[in-house]
Design a protein around this ligand. Structure first.
Ligand code: S3P
Length: 446
């Protein structure tokens, strides 16, 4: 818990949830829009930017690195960039708050510039591994000094003449892939990254949109090879940010669980490398209707109508994990209300998220009366077809998604579910409580 902790309590919804809403902008795309805008020449106009704490940290960092970043209205921002290689040395430490994406992607950007910078973050971010990015980036000529275990604060001296990298990722991580590609922007020649499994490809898509030459090849083993031609001239451009599928997941599962509900989520990003949760929910028997599929700024979006449905346990393959890596907390809540066992395979990466999510999910569900097991890197949730009892206070461990997942569970438990601290919800989903209440949920705040 933090000094400014905001305890919250969820109670069973008084009736069905209903309504049509748009959740805030996609966090991954919002970070990248600000970063690429700062690396481009000319103006980047962004609409639908997520104005959550994590993204605001990125906006402040890009400003500190010399870009002009202005808010012109709700979700409307303009960036005047400095061009690839043109960022300036920041005058002070860059505080990335709770955001692993901001810290790791920025480390890649700084590594390619001949500047000195120090990154830090909150207690959660200062526990997370940075060696996974500084390891490969050191090969480009950048130098790093970090705490024990490669943890923040991290001092970086970027390379004056960065070398292009050729790197095979040991884990499927879009953050590491993106850090290497962003460093590669400043290096001459081809930067090549091989990922063992395809992860979210927003960096590749957006780099292309800003004018870089990026080639992507699928590999027979399910992975991908990405090649970026270095030192491109990036040009500012308009970016329309889709609604975040990872945020939409919370009202979507609430609508599935609360009897009689039907909720429409508008303009949700449906990139197949992000939509694994929806595939899984459909396998569990969820009534999901996808309408109005369209392309916005290179990303697939659609309106999603979710109606309450009885769910059954399923086996979620490890290969699907990258496409739903942030959705396991809310999937586990759905699984706890489903009939039968759900086995979620291959979740090692969950241990290094905003919290050790594997442990936080299992502990929270157990406190609420659900039966769970961790077997190696698999999480098993044994559902009975009825919601668990509730009646617990769940430790959120500075993790926004743990907080929101358990506030959803409390909509259907016989006894209320409290969380010790909902303050971190603002990192990714400002307005979550108000949006859920607008649909008919019962969430009490102090
Ligand atoms: C993100 C990638 C994922 C995800 C995070 C956002 C991104 O992390 O968990 O919330 O924007 O690239 P990893 O790529 O490290 O799994």
């Amino acid at each position: 818990m933090t000094e400014t902790a905001k305890p919250m309590t969820a109670r069973a919804a008084a009736g069905p949830l209903s309504g049509s809403v748009r959740v805030p902008g996609d966090k991954s795309i919002s970070h990248r829009a600000l970063m690429l805008g700062a690396l481009a020449v000319g103006e980047t106009r962004i609409k639908g930017l997520l104005e959550g704490e994590d993204v605001l940290r990125t906006a402040a960092a890009m400003r500190a690195l010399g870009a002009e970043v202005k808010r012109t209205g709700e979700g409307a921002w303009t960036v005047h960039g400095r061009g690839v290689g043109g960022l300036a040395e920041p005058a002070d430490v860059l505080d990335m708050g709770n955001s692993g994406t901001a810290a790791r992607l920025l480390t890649g950007i700084i590594a390619g510039h001949p500047i000195f910078a120090v990154l830090t973050g909150d207690a959660s971010l200062r526990r997370r591994p940075m060696g996974r990015v500084t390891g490969p980036l050191a090969q480009s000529g950048a130098e790093f000094w970090a705490r024990e275990g490669g943890r923040l604060p991290l001092a970086i001296r970027g390379a004056a003449d960065p070398m292009p990298l050729d790197y095979t990722l040991p884990v499927a991580s879009a953050q590491v892939k993106s850090a290497v590609l962003l460093a590669g922007l400043c290096a001459p020649g081809i930067t090549r990254v091989v990922e063992p499994r395809a992860t979210r490809d927003h960096t590749e898509t957006m780099l292309r949109g800003f004018g870089a030459a990026v080639e992507v090849q699928a590999r027979a083993d399910g992975g991908r090879e990405i090649r970026l031609a270095g030192q491109p001239e990036l040009a500012g451009r308009p970016v329309a940010v889709p609604a975040d599928p990872s945020s939409a997941a919370f009202p979507a599962v609430a609508a599935l669980l609360v009897p009689g509900s039907s909720v429409t989520l508008e303009g949700v990003g449906m990139n197949p490398l992000r939509a694994g949760l929806y595939t899984t929910l459909a396998e569990m028997g969820a009534d999901l209707a996808i309408a109005g599929e369209r392309d916005e700024a290179g990303e697939r979006v659609a309106d999603l109508t979710v109606s309450s449905s009885p769910l059954r346990g399923v086996d979620v393959p490890a290969e699907r994990a990258p496409a739903m890596i942030d959705e396991y907390p809310i999937l586990a809540v759905a699984a706890a209300c489903a009939a039968g066992t759900t086995r979620m395979r291959g979740l090692a990466e969950l241990r290094v998220k905003e919290s050790d999510r594997l442990a936080a999910i299992a502990a929270g569900l157990a406190a609420c009366g659900a039966r769970t097991e961790i077997e190696g890197d698999d999480l098993l949730v044994h559902g009975t077809g009825m919601p668990p009892q509730g009646g617990a206070t769940v430790a959120t461990q500075m993790d926004h998604r743990i907080a929101m997942a358990f506030l959803v569970l409390g909509q259907v438990t016989a006894e209320p579910v409290a969380i010790d601290d909902g303050s971190f919800i603002d990192t990714s989903f400002p307005g979550f409580v108000a949006l859920m209440r607008g649909l008919g949920a019962t969430i009490e705040t102090p």
